[in-house]
Design a protein around this ligand. Structure first.
Ligand SMILES: NC(=O)c1ccc[n+]([C@@H]2O[C@H](COP(=O)([O-])OP(=O)(O)OC[C@H]3O[C@@H](n4cnc5c(N)ncnc54)[C@H](O)[C@@H]3O)[C@@H](O)[C@H]2O)c1
Length: 322
């Protein structure tokens, strides 16, 4: 099969490498020239908001499946909300419409567990399922980023229901890990900062309200997200259509810092009192981990990497076993 991976960011690159390694033809598209990746991957420059460019790629390369990771993340959207909506909502609509017109066999759409964060205030201690009930007015998404991701999920599901397009949505938890470049995500920036401080002997002052959290939060390794993308491309009966990609485990901020200190013992951190709010400035603390059960059942996927493994990989790079 020929797979188009949109977005040559952290998860897109790792996904492209995995697909190429098993012999799939892979086209990796990004609005910026994609950095080199391992394996036989065709890199192209394309903006997902440009429908004609996407259609030309699908036609020229005979694309049969798509993994859509291209997006602006929450930090970028805070700086340019209009462009964020354009890339995340129109870009996803373009990918789905190109897939429909071209008879693409499956589209995997990257979403985020942040779509559920606004309901944390009304959830109990049970693992959080995918089909959370959300009161449209009082529990609307807690950020523009989450709103764009939810819109993308709805579009993917409606394209399935109306047109029979085979769509699978993956909600990754807070993604950490790095294959070398600087992180664009909030959790990635936190881990990069802690690792840099641990290496340099400088104290990291944790005063950015987006980088701290009260209570517990869950994290997922980017390599697991890439494996989940491959599993979602292959799954024979993805009936739920929406899956959480998470470990089922959570950690406090202090526990996260301690885990980095296990790898870099010189790490020193200065932090204010524990915030009353949850992760990345969201209003509520997380009441429970997300349930990874639907992904295990229907995608045959479970996360393989724990926090310690992700920290070692991010700190020491590719020499660590993946
Ligand atoms: N990193 C996280 O914490 C996290 C958590 C949950 C979900 N996600 C989702 O996972 C996906 C991948 O995230 P990532 O961590 O690899 O992020 P990333 O920032 O490393 O990669 C995103 C890529 O999309 C590209 N892009 C942006 N606008 C584009 C456009 N108009 N056309 C084409 N490409 C464009 C960027 O250049 C970048 O290379 C995203 O959809 C993101 O919303 C990420």
């Amino acid at each position: 099969m020929t797979v188009l991976v949109t977005g040559a960011g952290l998860i897109g690159r790792l996904t492209a490498e995995r697909l190429a390694a098993r012999g799939d033809a892979v086209v990796l598209a990004d609005v910026r020239p994609p950095p080199p990746v391992a394996g036989d991957v065709t890199a192209v420059v394309a903006d997902v908001t440009d429908f004609a460019a996407l259609a030309a790629i699908v036609r020229t390369h005979g694309v049969t499946r798509i993994v859509h990771t291209a997006a602006m993340l929450s930090t970028g959207i805070r700086q340019d909300p209009r462009r964020g909506v354009e890339v995340n909502v129109l870009g996803t609509a373009n990918v789905l419409e190109v897939a429909r017109q071209s008879g693409v066999a499956r589209v995997v759409v990257a979403s985020s567990t942040t779509v559920t964060y606004s309901v944390f205030g009304s959830l109990g201690p049970e693992p959080i399922g995918e089909d959370v009930r959300m009161a449209v007015v009082s529990e609307r998404p807690g950020s523009i980023y989450a709103a764009t991701k939810l819109a993308g999920e709805h579009l993917a599901l409606v394209y399935h229901d109306l047109y029979g397009l085979d769509t699978v949505v993956l909600r990754y938890g807070a993604v950490i890990g790095s294959d070398g470049g600087p992180s664009t995500s909030v959790p990635g920036r936190l881990l990069d900062g802690l690792i840099a401080a641990g290496r340099s002997g400088r104290t990291m002052v944790l005063d950015d309200p987006y980088l701290v959290w009260g209570g517990e939060e869950e994290f997922v390794d980017a390599r697991d997200c890439a494996d989940a993308n491959v599993a979602a491309l292959d799954a024979s009966r993805p009936l739920a259509r929406v899956y959480t990609i998470a470990t089922g485990r959570t950690v406090t901020l202090a526990g996260f810092v301690d885990a980095v200190r296990m790898v870099l013992p010189d790490l020193a951190v200065e932090c204010g009192p524990e915030p009353a709010t949850g992760f990345a400035g969201f209003r509520h603390r997380r009441p429970a981990p997300s349930s990874p059960e639907a992904a295990a059942r229907e995608l045959d996927f479970r996360c393989r990497h724990d926090l310690a493994s992700t920290i070692r990989w991010t700190a020491f790079g590719r020499v660590q076993p993946s």
